[in-house]
Design a protein around this ligand. Structure first.
Ligand code: ADP
Ligand code: MG
Length: 351
C-alpha cells in the first residue's frame, strides 16, 4: 500500500511555476531519491511534504491522511539538510534530545532514547561534544539521529552529503541506507549526484524543470532511460547523430558504418537524422568481445583514469567515448590510430 502519495502537486512562486503536476506514490519502508539538476524543484517538493510550503494545487497524503491543512509540527516528519543545521550552543546529547523535549517526553525516556540513537550512529562516545568540535560527517550523523529520535513516519534528506569529502560521502551514504533499512523508515532523499542516487535507492525520480521525467529502479533509469534528458543526466553518455539508411530494415549510417538497430524506425524516412545513445562502457576494442556491431573510427585521445582507460574516437564526425577496464598490460590507444569499436546493437538507444 502506498504510504506517501503526492497527487497532482503544483507550486508557483509569483508568476513562475516551479513544480508542474508532480505525481508519486511511495511505499512504506521504501527509499526513494529525487534526482535532478540544481533548480529543478527537488527541495520545493520536499518542503511541501514537510509542510514548510503549501502546494498551489494537489494533495500530500501520508498513511491515508491528507496533510495539506496540517502544520509541519503535526506531520511527524524527520528532516536533514545539506548544511549542518545542528544547534551550535548545544552538545550532541541535547541536539538529539531536542525534539523529544519539545514533545514533552519524560527525562528517563529521553535519556534512553538518545542513547539508542547515538548507538545507531556509532557516536555514543561523543555525547558531550559540541558541533564545532566534530567533523562534517559526524555532524551529519548527529543531524540524522536528531531527525530520527522522535520516530518520524517519514524521513526527508535534502542533499545531506553534498558538503562532505568524497570518501566520507560514500561511507555515510552506505550508513544512511543501512540505518534506513534497519528502521524500515519511508525515506525521500534529494540529490543532484547520479551515482549517489543509483547506489542507494529502491527507486529514483528523475526531475527535469519541475516534472518527473521518469520514475523507476536504478537499473531501469540507467538501462532504459525514458527521455533524452534522463539518458544524458544519468551516467556518461555518447549522443551520436546518425542518418537513416533503410527504415524498413532498421538500418542507419554512422560515418561510413551501416548499423542495424533493434528498435523499429519504420516511421522514419530515408535520409532523416536520428540521435542514438551509447554508454561508454558498452563498447570494446577487444577482438574476442561478444558483439554483433562494429564501428570503425580514428582515436582522438586516450586517458588513463585509474580503473578505466577512456578513449575518444571520431566516427564520421561524431565523437564517441568508450571505457575499457585497466589491466597492467593494457596499451593506451594512440591518437590517429584506426580502430574498431565492438558492441551489441541492443546497447544503441534511440533518444
Ligand atoms: P532544487 O532543490 O532542485 O535545486 P528548488 O526547489 O530549490 O530546486 O528551486 C526550484 C526553483 O524554484 C528555482 O528556480 C528557485 O529559484 C525557485 N524557488 C525556490 N524557492 C523559492 C521561493 N521561496 N521564492 C521564489 N522562488 C523560489
Ligand atoms: Mg535543493
Amino acid at each position: 500500500m502506498s504510504f506517501l502519495v503526492l497527487q497532482n502537486i503544483k507550486k508557483s512562486f509569483g508568476q513562475t511555476q516551479v513544480v508542474k503536476d508532480f505525481n508519486m506514490s511511495i511505499d512504506k519502508g521504501e527509499f526513494v531519491s529525487f534526482l535532478g539538476p540544481s533548480g529543478c524543484g527537488k527541495t520545493t517538493v520536499l518542503r511541501m511534504i514537510a509542510g514548510f510550503e503549501s502546494p498551489s494545487d494537489g494533495t500530500v497524503t501520508i498513511n491515508g491522511k491528507n496533510q495539506n491543512s496540517l502544520k509541519t509540527s503535526q506531520r511527524n516528519i524527520g528532516m536533514v539538510f545539506q548544511a549542518y543545521a545542528l544547534f551550535p550552543n548545544m552538545n550532541v546529547f541535547d541536539n538529539v534530545a531536542f525534539g523529544l523535549k519539545v514533545a514533552g517526553m519524560a527525562k528517563p525516556d529521553i535519556e534512553s532514547r538518545v542513547k539508542d540513537m547515538l548507538k545507531l550512529i556509532h557516536l555514543e562516545h561523543l555525547a558531550d561534544r559540541y558541533p564545532y568540535q566534530m567533523s562534517g560527517g559526524q555532524q551529519q550523523r548527529v543531524a540524522l539521529a536528531r531527525a530520527l529520535a522522535p520516530k518520524p513516519q517519514v524521513l526527508l534528506l535534502d542533499e545531506p552529503l553534498s558538503a562532505l569529502d568524497a570518501k566520507i560521502r560514500v561511507s555515510l551514504r552506505e550508513e544512511i541506507r543501512q540505518i534506513q533499512r534497519q528502521l524500515g523508515i519511508t525515506t525521500v532523499f534529494v540529490t543532484h549526484d547520479q551515482e549517489e542516487a543509483l547506489s542507494i535507492s529502491d527507486r529514483i525520480v528523475v526531475m527535469n524543470a519541475g516534472r518527473a521525467d521518469q520514475i523507476g529502479t536504478p537499473s531501469d533509469i540507467y538501462n532504459r532511460p525514458a527521455t533524452r534528458f534522463v539518458a544524458s543526466f544519468v551516467g556518461t553518455l555518447n549522443i551520436i547523430e546518425a542518418i537513416v539508411s533503410d527504415p524498413a530494415a532498421n538500418t542507419i549510417r554512422i560515418g561510413d558504418n551501416l548499423v542495424t538497430l533493434r528498435e523499429p524506425i519504420a516511421a522514419l524516412k530515408n535520409g532523416d537524422t536520428v540521435s542514438i545513445a551509447l554508454r561508454p562502457e558498452a563498447g570494446s576494442m577487444s577482438e574476442t568481445a561478444k558483439c554483433d556491431t562494429m564501428l570503425s573510427g580514428k582515436v582522438v585521445s586516450s586517458h588513463f583514469l585509474g580503473s578505466v582507460i577512456r578513449t575518444k574516437l571520431d566516427v564520421g564526425g561524431s565523437q564517441i567515448s568508450f571505457d575499457m577496464f585497466n589491466s597492467p598490460d593494457a596499451a593506451l590507444p594512440q591518437p590517429g590510430e584506426l580502430v574498431s569499436l565492438r558492441f551489441m546493437a541492443h546497447d544503441l538507444l534511440l533518444v
